[in-house]
Design a protein around this ligand. Structure first.
Ligand code: NAP
Length: 466
């Protein structure tokens, strides 16, 4: 019997899912995407507040693109020439779209369609799905045998309680979700709360684009003291204790103060599924092994409901595709689901391993855990995700050597062995994110390297870029 399957969202996870299901005869797949373009967080919006996008201008990937590269679609195949290892956002979006065109997943996507309700009916064994056309507000009612949730988890800010006295602070206060352009902070003293990748990158963006100073404040431990930040005017200090209205300063435990013009909360995001009925909800913090989901994917109370892209991420695109292939295996009946108790106990055991990896403090243990957990799922459907451990270690070493220069480094492709280009402008001086000029330079540089015999490239079909 053909199954009707709904994929919710068409960012990288949803793309992975529709691509994995394209051409599967037993499945009639549809994908509802609420925005007017596929790509999820990799698309651009200048809206702030209640919107999906958390993307900012001048964004370049903060990981080597070589560990984002799909096994069945090299960058070379897409662009027709080499690119750098840390390309601008729009270049990665272009690649993702090309992959989705090649795999045929784009045929199943309905744009401007926001899912507002998903309820499971035990009598019919189907999901009732209500969705709205965001242009016309027309209401749609559909029924599906299976649902794959791919709405991402970096869109809803994790606001944390304000500092004592903060209601008297008169400066700008935003969450990273609404940070759009570092130029808005020119001439300002900026205080960042949280020192994850958003805190790090937004602080660097602000200073690069002309903020007077940036101070990263952390809750648990400093993350950058060892990473070359010494040469860069970003200080990192423990969270302030309170805001002192009399002096207009945030006060630190040692008694010193800071008088920022703006405070940017980089305190992460919350997994949020407002469209799922209560029994279908997923409640988890951002961790490598999400709470309750079997193999990080299957809802333990309803094995017809899957979540792709929910773990915290070292691996991203390739992990989403591996998870999507596991879901395909589930839909094809290749996976025997154990009891709910067994699923929960399996997840709990993986979470113990994750806690041990955190306790070790070894970066490599984190991504090894993610690879092992994903491949544990994939082994049930005869697939194996690529091991990019060496690339992830290189990336970490490059960052530690110099946080300002790691984006100028190169790496070999795991797919075709080609080595990425070194861009003609170092990251610290790159003040544009124009895709057209970037790709034009990459093309001419590749041609030059071929002409002088530095590299040889395979004969390529027409590229899909653009
Ligand atoms: P995150 O990784 O979840 O980090 C959240 C940070 O907030 C942590 O440092 C955490 O501190 C801190 N925090 C949480 N609650 C707090 C509280 N009550 N008080 C103070 N601090 C608190 O979130 P993220 O940094 O936004 O990163 C999200 C994702 O976006 C990551 O996958 C990242 O790679 C990606 N990203 C990519 C780029 C890029 O490609 N250029 C740029 C930015 C972000 P603790 O350590 O104490 O928990």
């Amino acid at each position: 019997m053909v199954k009707d399957v709904l994929v919710i969202g068409c960012g990288p996870s949803g793309m992975a899912q529709v691509n994995a299901l394209a051409g599967v005869d037993e499945v009639n797949v549809r994908c509802f995407e609420m925005n007017d373009e596929i790509g999820g967080l990799w698309t651009w919006t200048d809206k702030v507040g209640d919107c999906h996008g958390s993307m900012y201008r001048y964004h370049q990937t903060n990981g080597l693109n070589e560990f984002l590269e799909f096994e069945n679609y090299s960058f070379l195949e897409h662009f027709g020439h080499l690119i750098t290892s840390y390309p601008p956002r729009a270049v990665m979006l272009d690649y993702l779209k090309g992959w989705t065109r090649k795999m045929g997943g784009d045929r199943f996507v309905t744009l401007n369609r926001k899912v507002t309700s998903v309820v499971y009916d035990d009598e019919t064994s189907k999901f009732t799905v209500v969705s709205h056309d965001t242009k016309t507000d027309a209401r749609h009612l559909d029924y599906f045998d299976n649902v794959v949730v791919c709405n991402g988890h970096f869109s809803v800010p994790n606001w944390v309680p304000p500092f004592k006295g903060m209601s008297d602070y008169k400066g700008m206060v935003i969450h990273a979700h609404s940070f759009r352009d570092a130029q808005d902070f020119q001439g300002m003293d900026v205080m960042l709360v949280g020192n994850g990748y958003s805190g790090e990158d937004i602080a660097m963006q602000c200073v690069k684009f002309g903020a007077k100073s940036a101070t990263i404040t952390y809750r648990s431990q400093p993350a950058h003291a060892e990473s070359g930040f010494l040469d860069w005017p970003i200080t990192e200090r423990k969270l302030p204790t309170h805001f002192d209205a009399a002096s207009g300063e945030f006060k630190f435990a040692e008694g010193q103060g800071l008088k920022p013009d703006a405070v940017i909360y980089c305190t992460g995001y919350k997994h949020t599924f407002p469209f799922l009925s209560e029994p279908l909800q997923l409640r988890t913090p951002n961790r490598l092994v999400p709470n309750t989901l079997w193999k990080g994917i299957v809802h333990p109370d309803n094995t017809k409901l899957y979540f792709v892209g929910m773990p915290d991420q070292y691996y991203t695109f390739t992990m989403f595709f591996a998870q999507a292939i596991f879901v395909k295996g589930c839909l094809e009946g290749k996976v025997a689901f154990p009891s709910k108790a067994e699923m929960l106990s399996d997840t709990a055991a993986w979470q113990v391993k994750e806690d041990e990896a955190h306790a070790s403090g070894e970066h490599a243990q984190h991504h090894q855990l993610q690879l092992a957990h994903t491949n544990d799922a994939c082994s049930l459907v005869g697939y194996k995700m690529r091991d990019d451990g060496d690339l992830l270690c290189q990336w970490q070493d490059d960052r530690h050597r110099n946080i300002l220069k790691y984006r100028d480094c190169t790496a070999p492709s795991k797919v075709d062995g080609t080595v990425s280009l070194v861009y003609n402008v170092p990251w610290t001086q790159m003040f544009t994110d124009d895709k057209v000029s970037y790709l034009a330079w990459c093309k001419s540089q590749t041609q030059e390297l071929v002409k002088v015999g530095t590299i040889t490239l395979p004969q390529l079909a027409a590229p899909r870029a653009g």
